[in-house]
Design a protein around this ligand. Structure first.
Ligand SMILES: CC(C)(COP(=O)(O)OP(=O)(O)OC[C@H]1O[C@@H](n2cnc3c(N)ncnc32)[C@H](O)[C@@H]1OP(=O)(O)O)[C@@H](O)C(=O)NCCC(=O)NCCS
Length: 405
């Protein structure tokens, strides 16, 4: 079976390739939705796998700018990867990953990132778990803060159009200090964040856009839905928070207090939270959140030298890494990191690891020491692990990607 992988040429092909994953969501081809999708994912970044001219799979990559420690970097945001059930386990995913990573390299994007539907799929292509994330379900009777809290600001609802103006600047401020967040262009806000098609409500009401202002300044926003229900005369309603982003610790506390106090909420649920969420310290009974941890963003260094030269470090000490990368052999070999620049070297290496381990440390979500204890990094020179962790030491917030893409 000869499988050909190439970019989609028109909207019809895009829809067929999209169905590679869409069908597992129960989706049907939909020209209007596909057209909207191409506003964020251009046709040429959507690869189709063809068997004798018939499309049997697809894999896309958004052109992202991803926040990393000390700055941001161009990144392929890998998305809508799927293979028709008629063609599974014949190496089509592998062919698409090959074509995609070659394409990403050619475009000069030093890293790729994705959310994995199953955690066993992407390690073989050099992706490593780069962040953890959590979901919560907090019963109203256990939602008190540990310390008295006096709100200073005011929350008001925004219309669709107001949300499009007011939310992006708050997100952009958070982007500046949070590795793992990506910039959202206007079509992204319009079609993915503020748009609220009925088929995505999952039994809930419409999205509410709540803006927190303190001293007249926008300081945070929340997007949430009510899932209304009553049982034996009492509310069993759920409040589902899609996204809550705030500019300061005080604003974060105030925004969550607003959400937690909404009447008729029996349970507040939220997912895609960072694992160091301030609620662990704000709440009097944080255990009651039933915080469930899962892998978050996965990162792949497509160009090791360029990727490692694109973030900042805690110190300028030299570090030599011996990188294994069977899927992208151009990365294999020894790399010296010194003063924030990473170049090829013949010097002896401090550590040896697969490229996926570099994906795991890249955003600051994990340390080399942690990976070594999980048998993912080998220390070749005494003190190598300690040196590496000192160089990569996290200086700001841990990684947080608040949205599955
Ligand atoms: C996941 C999916 C894309 C795999 O496609 P595929 O063409 O069957 O995969 P391939 O035949 O190329 O398999 C490549 C390798 O991955 C492995 N693999 C594929 N799917 C896997 C899975 N779900 N779990 C574990 N391993 C998997 C194969 O065993 C093979 O391993 P090997 O290269 O070491 O021999 C396909 O099953 C699918 O469309 N699933 C539903 C949608 C989905 O989950 N998409 C991913 C979104 S992030």
């Amino acid at each position: 079976m000869a499988i050909d992988v190439r970019p989609t040429k028109d909207l019809e092909e895009f829809q067929q390739a999209f169905l590679g994953i869409g069908q597992y969501f129960g989706a049907e081809p939909n020209a209007e939705r596909a057209e909207r999708f191409t506003k964020n994912l251009p046709l040429e970044r959507m690869l189709a796998a063809l068997d004798g001219g018939r499309i049997v799979g697809g894999a896309g990559s958004f052109p992202f700018e991803l926040a990393v420690p000390g700055g941001s970097v161009s990144c392929a945001g890998v998305t809508v990867v799927g293979v028709y059930p008629t063609h599974r386990r014949r190496g089509i995913l592998r062919s698409m990953m090959r074509a995609q990573l070659d394409d990403v390299r050619e475009r000069g994007e030093p890293i790729a990132a994705l959310w994995a539907s199953e955690e066993s799929i992407y390690g073989r292509y050099g992706y490593g778990t780069a962040s953890l994330t959590g979901e919560i379900a907090l019963a109203r009777e256990h939602n008190e803060y540990a310390h008295a809290f006096v709100p200073r600001g005011q929350v008001r609802f925004l219309t669709f159009d107001e949300a499009l103006e007011q939310l992006p600047p708050i997100w952009d401020r958070a982007f500046e200090r949070t590795p793992g967040m990506f910039r959202r262009a206007r079509p992204w806000w319009e079609h993915r964040i503020v748009a609220d098609p009925a088929e995505r409500r999952e039994g809930g009401g419409p999205k509410r856009f709540a803006l927190l202002e303190v001293d007249g300044q926008a300081q945070g926003y929340a997007i949430y839905r009510h899932h209304f229900s009553f049982d034996e005369g009492s509310s069993t309603s759920r409040l589902v928070v899609n996204e809550a982003v705030a500019a300061t610790p005080e604003a974060t506390a105030e925004l969550w207090r607003f959400l937690l106090d909404i009447d008729w909420t029996a349970t507040l649920s939220a997912d895609l939270l960072p694992i160091d969420h301030p609620l662990f310290f704000l709440l009097d009974e944080p255990r009651r959140m039933k915080f469930r941890v899962s892998d978050g963003l996965w990162v792949r260094l497509v160009d090791v030298g360029q990727a490692l030269s694109s973030r900042s470090y805690a110190n300028d000490r030299e570090l030599v890494l011996d990188v294994l990368d069977s899927f992208c052999p151009w990365n294999e070999g020894r790399w010296k990191l010194a003063g924030g620049t990473c170049e090829r070297t013949d010097d002896d290496a401090d550590l040896r690891c697969d490229v996926s381990a570099l994906g795991s440390v890249y955003l600051g979500g994990f340390t080399f020491g942690e990976l070594a204890r999980g048998l993912r990094v080998e220390e070749l020179r005494d003190g190598g692990l300690e040196r590496a962790d000192a160089v990569f030491r996290r200086q700001g917030a841990g990684p947080w990607c608040p949205e599955i893409f």
